[in-house]
Design a protein around this ligand. Structure first.
Ligand code: ADP
Ligand code: ASP
Ligand code: MG
Length: 409
């Protein structure tokens, strides 16, 4: 008897018919005699709908109350699923984040899991009950509801799979695996049979939302075997596993795009030691994640510093940056919200040179201007105008031989 955690995303439980379909998938695993924990997202669009309502009432709604609000979507689907499963004669029981023992820190709307008390889930499994768990939520030490960041149901699934030492954590979604690029943007993208934790982590953090970044981090840490599959069609899906020799043969495994960034430029900054430390020190203190940074060539002892922040954090960043800019006598602060980050990921890049040059040439052939560049051992990212993001992704996908009908470059 194996133990599986199966997570179904928003589209998979988006209608009553789809909930019935998922119930039949759960029934199959149950009837095959396996232990099974089911994790559900809210119905597709529900979390956005709740967010929008709050924003209509306040431009900056209170984070604690947002978590109470946003966590409600998942309560609906777990109850509906338990109802239909019981009707099918399966012993099922719904559990909220609190009931399933997921304890987090107090960073409302992006809480980190600190521990899991699995007593109740284990008890349910022992009784032959299928726990139906609300994804994306937990409670803090004060028993207030918290949520785990957008896409956080993936994290709930991996956390439970790790805690229960499950044989595998299956992420059911609306695509049949992890692709070489978002198949909704690059029609010639190919499904990957397997991808290493490290590559998947980069892909996720650079925009491939098929898995939430922190869920991959945790899966890698606890070596949880993750499989990404389609709810709607049978197939092997994609295995997220440890790196092996085959993977290093492939130069580029995937191309991603991320529109959720904004570029801030502090213009006319005195070119002196300590200025960057002051600017970025202040931003770091408020937990804003600065990604790329470039400092332009100094002219007349003045320089421009540009950096990217998540678009959602822009209002908070701006008020901070304006204050620091004033205190260091910078000339002005400029913002560009219409940028996107396009990246290529592959463990093969470790041992190959010239990938960056080829990437820049391909973009330049299409007349796409590169505003910023950053690299690490296994990825290269370029910031471009947002309107060119999709073109850039398709161009790179083809250039590096990833297209379904393509020949390896
Ligand atoms: P769920 O609601 O099931 O959690 P998500 O919308 O969060 O689903 O993630 C699935 C979506 O991720 C796909 O519909 C696809 O558009 C997008 N996606 C982005 N990059 C990739 C990729 N490299 N491979 C597969 N899907 C991707
Ligand atoms: N419902 C949440 C969201 O839309 C969590 C999830 O779907 O994973 O972000
Ligand atoms: Mg998701």
């Amino acid at each position: 008897m194996a133990c599986y955690v199966q997570k179904f995303g928003g589209t998979s439980v988006g209608t009553i018919e789809r909930i019935q379909h998922v119930a039949r998938l759960v029934e199959q695993t149950y009837k095959a005699g396996h232990q099974l924990v089911v994790v559900l997202s809210a119905m597709s669009g529900e979390t956005d709908r709740l967010l929008k309502m709050a924003k209509e009432l306040s431009a900056d709604p209170d984070d604690r109350e947002m978590d109470v609000l946003l966590s409600s979507g998942e309560r609906v689907t777990i109850a509906l699923m338990a109802i239909v499963l019981k009707k099918l004669g399966i012993k099922a029981r719904s559990f909220t984040g609190r009931q399933v023992g997921i304890v987090t820190d107090s960073a409302h709307t992006k809480a980190r899991v600190s521990r899991v008390d699995t007593e109740r889930v284990k008890g349910a499994l022992k009784e032959g009950v299928v726990p139906i768990v609300a994804g994306f939520q937990g409670i803090n030490e004060a028993s207030d509801v918290t949520t785990l960041g957008r896409g956080g149901s993936d994290l709930t699934a991996v956390v439970l799979a790790a805690a229960l030492k499950a044989d595998s954590c299956v992420i059911y979604t609306d695509v049949d695996g992890v692709y070489t690029a978002d198949p909704n943007i690059v029609p010639l993208a190919r499904r990957l049979e397997k991808v290493s934790y490290e590559e998947m982590l980069e892909l996720a953090s650079l925009g491939a939302k098929v898995l939430q970044t922190r869920s991959v981090e945790l899966a890698a840490k606890y070596r949880v075997p993750v499989v990404v599959k389609s709810t709607f069609q049978d197939g092997p899906g994609t295995l997220v596993v440890e790196e092996d020799a085959d993977m290093e043969q492939v130069l580029v495994s995937g191309v991603t795009g991320d529109r959720h960034q904004a570029k801030v430029t502090v213009v006319g900054v005195p070119d002196q030691p300590g200025i960057a430390a002051k600017l970025f020190g202040q931003i770091a203190q408020s937990s804003i994640n600065v990604d790329m940074i470039i400092q332009n060539v100094s002219q007349d002892s003045l320089t421009d510093i540009s950096f990217t922040v998540p678009r959602a954090d822009l209002p908070r960043s701006m008020s901070l940056v304006q204050d620091v800019a004033k205190s260091i006598n910078a000339r002005s602060v400029e913002v560009n919200e219409t940028i996107a980050k396009v990246s290529m990921v592959g463990v093969g890049m470790r041992s190959h040179s010239g990938v960056a040059a080829q990437m820049f040439q391909a973009l330049s052939r299409e007349g796409i201007n590169i505003m910023m560049i950053s690299t690490s051992e296994i990825k290269i990212s370029c910031v471009v105008e947002e309107k060119y993001m999709e073109l850039a992704m398709r161009t790179l996908h083809q250039e590096f031989g990833l297209d379904a009908s393509g020949i390896k470059a």
